[in-house]
Design a protein around this ligand. Sequence first.
Ligand code: PMP
Ligand code: GLN
Length: 387
Amino acid sequence: MSPTISSKLPDVGTTIFTVMSQLAMDTGAINLSQGFPSFDPPKDLTDRISHHLASGANQYAPMTGVPALREAIVEKTARLYGRNLDVENDITVCCGATEGLFSAILALVHGGDEVIVFDPAYDSYEPAITLAGGITRHVPLTIDEQGFDFRIDWDRLATTINANTRLIIVNFPHNPTGAILNKADLDRLADIVRDTDIYLLSDEVYEHIVFDGEPHHSLLNHDELWERSLVISSFGKTLHATGWKIGYCMAPAYLSREFRKVHQFATFSISTPVQHGIADYLSNNPEYYKQLPAFYQQKRDLFCALLQDSRFRLQPARSTFFQILDYSLISDANDLDLAKRWTRDIGVASIPLTVFCERPFTGSRLRFCFAKDDATLASAAEKLRAL
Ligand code: PMP
Ligand code: GLN
């Protein structure tokens, strides 16, 4: 007889991204669920990786990341956010943002500590908090009357904080809603955490995908917040290479030190030739990021225009490569059931929002990924328009 298992994550199933992508594959549906581009990374970049693969860069990288890549991150961060990172002490290359978030949470959260997340919250945060022995406190983002403009309720955040609060996780540009923060928001956050022992974990993987000329307000850019922050980003989003799983954590030395204690045993180090290839590409193309907003804005605008005369209600996403569609005029089914049904019956897969929420306040919305070639977006929109 096998031993009885006492699950450490009894309420956790398989992630919605795996579930929906599998269903799309099984049914042959257009997969606008899991967020990944349908196009390749730049050819110059894959050439540089091939070069390093063929030139002997095939053994363990340094635990903190190859120096050339950390230097490229220092250069970019100084130029974009005015933050001068220390190349040795402030940056750690990790296995995608996912490992960065996981290592940060494991490093900082003690048993019984409370961690605040804003719903809808990316699905990897809470299981990591639970494994660290922490308690997740969900603060819902507020929505305007139209049902699209998501914001932090600062008063509610302030009243949720108590002596046990150890960490607040922020994710702007926000997946799945596309919400962004402004400078006043960061100042408000600074007011709230001042004179506390609360750290901030800022998931900024969509830092370069913000639309309509809006800037991204990084925690890196805010002197007071930076002192208590770990900022996580990912090359998966910016280089159209989600399968490479290369991210990085930027934090002041005293926080990076703790982060590395976990990172070194979670994975030790990250693919050497890919790190060298990205370092070369970034130093040859330091302005690469600048074309991303226009590139994705064209896709957002195309997708929204194609759905203009549909029965979906929408407001164009402010950031990320996800568009929220409100289906309340079409169906009153719950979003998880509907996402599955439409994958099977209509042939378009999407992501329900309620799975990212403690309470299903976002009931009649689905998330669609528009990081796809125009023909795929057109085919998907045609099917959605028929509803
Ligand atoms: N955070 C957010 C908000 C994301 O959307 C994603 C993935 N799309 C991640 C973290 C994970 O990034 P990675 O694939 O680099 O692990
Ligand atoms: N972050 C991606 C999304 O939001 C999915 C990543 C994953 O599949 N783990 O779609």
